[in-house]
Design a protein around this ligand. Sequence first.
Ligand SMILES: NC(=O)c1ccc[n+]([C@@H]2O[C@H](COP(=O)([O-])OP(=O)(O)OC[C@H]3O[C@@H](n4cnc5c(N)ncnc54)[C@H](O)[C@@H]3O)[C@@H](O)[C@H]2O)c1
Length: 331
Amino acid sequence: MRILVAGGAGYIGSVLTPLLQEHGYQVDVVDLLWFGNHLPDSIPIQKRDLFTLDAPDFEKYNQVIFLAGLSNDPMAEYDPAMNFVQNGALPPYLAFRARQAGVQRFIYASSCSIYGYTENELYNEDAPLSCAYPYGISKLVGERGVLQQQESGFSTIALRQGTVNGHSPRMRFDLIVNTMYKAAMTEGRIIVNNPAIWRPLVDVRDTAGAFLRAVQADNDVSGVFNIAYDNFTVGQVADLVKDAVETHTGKKVLVEVRNQADCRNYKVDCSRARNRLGFQPQYDVRAMVANLYAHHASYGDLTYEKFYNILVFKQLLERQSNASTKAPCAG
Ligand SMILES: NC(=O)c1ccc[n+]([C@@H]2O[C@H](COP(=O)([O-])OP(=O)(O)OC[C@H]3O[C@@H](n4cnc5c(N)ncnc54)[C@H](O)[C@@H]3O)[C@@H](O)[C@H]2O)c1
């Protein structure tokens, strides 16, 4: 089976694509390489804007996995217009082209952030959605635009991932556990803005496992699936990261609690993914931290800009804007 992974050079794709290869799938990646290329040489990669793909580009594929777009709130808030185009329009466009070309399944990387602010209830996939911020709205628009193209012979699956954490060859330190790990390691202190709010968390190895299960699911499986190891309060996450870092380093870590409001607060029920996809997450917060610590020497300075999507993204847009304002003078 041949799979196109759109945006496969990012944080999740850099763990998922080798896993797919290990399981015997032929994998190709199309990616603009905003964050460089950390994929093994065995994975063919085209540096290309996904908007330029047309139906013939999909003809050799059985399945498409979508991992592209703007992948967090700060990027979405920095350029809301680009966010709505990349997250809202691109996934349905690619699903449309894939369907035209006879692809059998389109798997979309959705996000639990579309649940918005909930009143501490456990939400399954049929719960009402209340997000009112650019990233969440755009991920929901993308999800709906993909799912509504499902038809006989064309399965559409949306994996609503909780916050993904842990080590990837394309590393990010702007995700909750990774950020707390960085703070504990570099400053000996974790700041918690609001200890009471809930977040579903998942290790990047487990989320890659969820995509693998979606690839392998029966042809008649379509729909939305929540993907997380479990739900945690932010206060709990801080304590778990603190304990794990103290165990690894033997140094004390402080947790400093502030009480700031947050527009996101959600707990999700993942039983549908367990029952229909066979999703079985293995890695808790302690295991996420253990894997970060095992790779610690490879990171260099944890405060490098390359680890923070928003910093790389701002530079990218500034370079593009400078290039476009210079162009007329050059002529
Ligand atoms: N990381 C998380 O915690 C998380 C949680 C829920 C959902 N998601 C979703 O999962 C997906 C992958 O997340 P990630 O953390 O790997 O993101 P990432 O930012 O590390 O990777 C995104 C990749 O997409 C590429 N890209 C973006 N737009 C493109 C375009 N038009 N053409 C070609 N390439 C393009 C970028 O170059 C980058 O390599 C995203 O859609 C994100 O919204 C992520």
